[in-house]
Design a protein around this ligand. Sequence first.
Ligand SMILES: *[C@@H]1O[C@H](CO)[C@@H](O)[C@H](O)[C@H]1NC(C)=O
Ligand SMILES: *[C@@H]1O[C@H](CO)[C@@H](O)[C@H](O)[C@H]1NC(C)=O
Ligand SMILES: *[C@@H]1O[C@H](CO)[C@@H](O)[C@H](O)[C@H]1NC(C)=O
Length: 241
Amino acid sequence: MKLKFIAALLALACSLHPAVSQGVPAGSPGFFQGNSTAAVTFDANSLFIDGQRVMIFSGEFHPWRLPVPQLWSDVLQKMKAAGFNAASVYFNWALVEGTPGSLDWNYFRSLTDFYEVAKRVGIFIICRPGPYINGETAGGGFPGWLTNVNATARTNATLFTNAWNAYMTQFAQQTAPYQYPDGPVIAVQSENEFDTQTLHRPYMILLENNLRANGITKVPLTHNDKNAGGQYSGGAGAVDL
Ligand SMILES: *[C@@H]1O[C@H](CO)[C@@H](O)[C@H](O)[C@H]1NC(C)=O
Ligand SMILES: *[C@@H]1O[C@H](CO)[C@@H](O)[C@H](O)[C@H]1NC(C)=O
Ligand SMILES: *[C@@H]1O[C@H](CO)[C@@H](O)[C@H](O)[C@H]1NC(C)=O
């Protein structure tokens, strides 16, 4: 009886959790102008998933480095068994768009196949599509043909924008249906280990706008700060988290 009463109180307390009852993420300033009704929110200390505080313990896995999709499930299951609740994943533009304008998302390049595996395994995914990833790859994920594009990479130069547009657009469109709770994706990283030079911020804004416009609207955008300098934690082009 007493236990039941406590359980009922707990249930009431949970239903009154601000992140759930108001549809506004507790302490997620700037995340959709404070209007997010997403299941993934955050405060100064951690993410919340479905209104519950969750500590993210993420390993790193790059499906294109294991180009046998039948083996992905095994790796993700082992990560989960080892105590990780998430996998952080670089995707590699160079492998997807070997010829400008001709994108191949099949087989080991498939986003949807990978998300389906992660969903089945039950592990969260943090997407890191670049366009620049470094990732100890040749060109850092930039396709070789980019050297023939007469524009400074990682700026808002029109020819460079035109170069990455198809890859990022298609990445976002294919990832959007897999945002939590419909799929395993809980965050998307914009660019990688970047700085805030004059023409870099406008490029960051273009990337973020592209992700949002193509459906990444339910999970926070993040960044991987190259030297813990707080880059893109504020100012133009700042990410959510
Ligand atoms: C919701 O977003 C609008 C802009 O789209 C903004 O004017 C409003 O202040 C936001 N609400 C909150 C609670 O931040
Ligand atoms: C590259 O662009 C610069 C101006 O941004 C121009 O001066 C130069 O001629 C261009 N080079 C080629 C090969 O088009
Ligand atoms: C790039 O950003 C700068 C600074 O905001 C701006 O002056 C310039 O017009 C932008 N270039 C393009 C091609 O949009």
